[in-house]
Design a protein around this ligand. Structure first.
Ligand SMILES: CC(C)(COP(=O)(O)OP(=O)(O)OC[C@H]1O[C@@H](n2cnc3c(N)ncnc32)[C@H](O)[C@@H]1OP(=O)(O)O)[C@@H](O)C(=O)NCCC(=O)NCCS
Length: 184
């Protein structure tokens, strides 16, 4: 390279995953709960005690919904059989709105990738697959609440911000929300 000339561009090969996606069942419950627990840890702003208490309530809530197929899961599995990532979708009831016959709105939740497998497209593949399931079932939209880490992934595959607003009704939640934003 001659003096003063700029270095050649570095083309980083994207890391590819060899994982395959499969549908999760109630047999995957411990894994799905573990991923959800670690998702909240990574997102920050919650105490370990609050997350642990939530784990118990979430387990109680999720089991009947999985059995009734009101909540489905997709898990990314390595060729060796290890779970590297997961995500869920809940078919939640919704109110009538003009120009849509949907009485349920698929809502994506609990998207988590093990730290050593991040940046390989696993969350993207899982969310794409959940979107496709919803589309095949005839729904007209899919919703989710994005963490800061998830925002880029979701935006790139077609999710956009909505006009939904929120008002916390307890001082504890207002304080926690303020603290979480102070960390940004
Ligand atoms: C958010 C989260 C689920 C993303 O998981 P992931 O499997 O790493 O996501 P992807 O690999 O699909 O995309 C992540 C990034 O890698 C990039 N990427 C995707 N495929 C890639 C590939 N083959 N090679 C290199 N980079 C790739 C994406 O462009 C994306 O870039 P970004 O960092 O600018 O957003 C993960 O970071 C996580 O579990 N975080 C903690 C919990 C959390 O916040 N969950 C979301 C709740 S809404």
């Amino acid at each position: 390279m001659s003096p003063g000339s700029s270095p050649p561009p570095v083309h980083r090969r994207p890391r590819r995953s060899h994982a395959r996606l499969r549908r999760g069942t109630v047999d995957d419950l411990d894994l799905l709960l573990e991923h959800r627990h670690r998702m909240f840890q990574d997102m920050g702003g919650r105490t370990e005690k609050d997350i642990r208490e939530h784990d118990v309530r979430y387990r109680r809530w999720v089991v009947p919904r999985m059995r009734q197929r009101k909540l489905i899961a997709v898990v990314a599995i390595s060729p060796e059989g290890a779970a590297e990532a997961s995500g869920c979708m809940w078919f939640r009831e919704t109110h009538p709105v003009p120009a849509s016959q949907d009485r349920e709105c698929p809502y994506i939740l609990s998207v988590y990738t093990e730290p050593e497998h991040r940046g390989k497209g696993l969350a993207t593949a899982i969310v794409r697959s959940l979107k496709e399931i919803a589309r095949k079932r005839g729904y007209t939209q899919v919703r989710l609440n994005a963490s800061d880490a998830g925002m880029g992934v979701y935006s790139r595959i077609g999710f956009e911000r909505t006009t939904e607003m929120r008002c916390y009704l307890t001082a504890k939640l207002r304080k926690r929300n303020k603290a979480a934003h102070a960390l940004l």
